[in-house]
Ligand binder design. Structure first.
Ligand SMILES: [Zn+2]
Length: 274
């Protein structure tokens, strides 16, 4: 359990600095608020940094309260994640004719990287959680997975990766701008960046309100919409990347950004969402 001392003071908006917001929902000590100026939805107060880091221990991956925190049994659901990432990897097939080098930031147990490894890619990962990054290396043989936070990005070579992915990660980071800024120079000029996160402006989010499944107050610190993710990318030096125009029939709950290619249109609906 968290203690009162583990919560931050009230926050101004991460994107524009405004202290003005409208409270959307409350849960325990937490509030989800919407910035009055730029519309970013964020959590204030939230856990302090050290308590956020502590979230990602082994309990996170085998949680007895997955509605609010972590996963019921992440590793047991490996077939599900492998199947989802196989579908997602087809996005990359649309851009890249042959295997190259891929970095997955926040790679968890390495299921996306396993899919890419099977396709012949050189795979690199960064994962803050010790138990699952050990699983990625030990069980899946993904030897280039590092255990650490996004500052590990600084140790990687510039102009090296064909693809860098952030699957369901930016909402967890205290400073997603810093992480994206660090990732950007690691991409080759024709590299693609995939940033995927839940869409707080989606119909699901509006209809479900406080019951939207992504309001997990300890771990999801930000909830982006199309405009605020665009602002985040612009502030991170990633303004050249464009949204993926994916015909997501029932899944406009997912925001995806990739590639400087403005004309990209996938051949089929290849995302089944979260
Ligand atoms: Zn703002």
């Amino acid at each position: 359990m968290t203690r009162a001392a583990e919560f931050t003071d009230d926050f101004p908006c991460f994107l524009c600095g405004s202290p003005d917001y409208k409270v959307l929902h409350r849960k325990g000590p937490y509030r989800s608020v919407k910035c009055a100026v730029c519309g970013l939805v964020y959590i204030t107060p939230r856990l302090v940094s050290s308590a956020i880091l502590d979230l990602y221990d082994s309990k996170y991956w085998q949680s007895d309260r997955a509605k609010d925190y972590g996963y019921t049994d992440y590793l047991a659901d490996a077939p599900l994640y492998l199947s989802t990432y196989k579908m997602r990897s087809r996005i990359i097939d649309e851009y890249k004719d042959s295997p190259g080098k891929v970095l997955d930031v926040g790679c968890a147990a390495g299921f996306f990287l396993k899919v890419m490894d099977d396709k012949g890619w050189e795979t690199h990962g960064i994962e803050v959680s010790e138990p699952v990054s050990e699983y990625a290396r030990g069980e899946l043989g993904l030897h280039r997975v590092r255990t650490g936070d996004t500052s590990c990005l600084l140790d990687l070579p510039d102009d090296y990766f064909d693809v860098i992915t952030f699957w369901d990660v930016v909402e967890h980071l205290e400073d997603p701008r810093c992480a994206l800024k660090a990732a950007q120079p690691k991409l080759k000029d024709d590299g693609i960046l995939i940033v995927e996160t839940q869409n707080v402006e989606s119909t699901f989010a509006h209809v479900l309100g406080r019951n939207w499944q992504h309001y997990k107050y300890e771990e999801h610190l930000y909830h982006f919409g199309p405009q605020t993710i665009r602002k985040l990318l612009a502030q991170s030096g990633c303004g050249r990347f464009q949204p993926m125009n994916i015909p997501m029939t029932s899944n406009s709950n997912v925001l995806m950004w990739a590639s400087p290619d403005h004309n990209y249109l996938p051949k089929q609906n290849i995302i089944n969402g979260d």
